[in-house]
Write a protein of this length. Structure first.
Length: 72
């Protein structure tokens, strides 16, 4: 029983309290939450990946481009 209580106390003070403080700061606006990338950033990343070309060393079927140059 003592081991359980000690473990519960450690989990509470190490995990629960810090998460509650972070949630409270976010509610007050002191700390921003995680920021999702914008649509423009995602499209730019896709453009850059396409501009770099196929993956080196991969088979044509793994690259997504067949021998004729069309997508498979």
């Amino acid at each position: 029983m003592i081991t359980f209580l000690l473990t519960a106390a450690v989990v509470y003070f190490v995990v629960v309290l810090p998460l509650q403080k972070i949630a409270e700061r976010r509610r007050r606006g002191e700390e921003a939450g995680p920021v999702a990338p914008t649509e423009v950033e995602l499209l730019a990343e896709i453009r850059n990946l396409l501009r770099n070309g196929p993956v080196q060393g991969a088979a044509p079927s793994e690259r997504g481009v067949g021998r004729t140059g069309s997508f498979t």
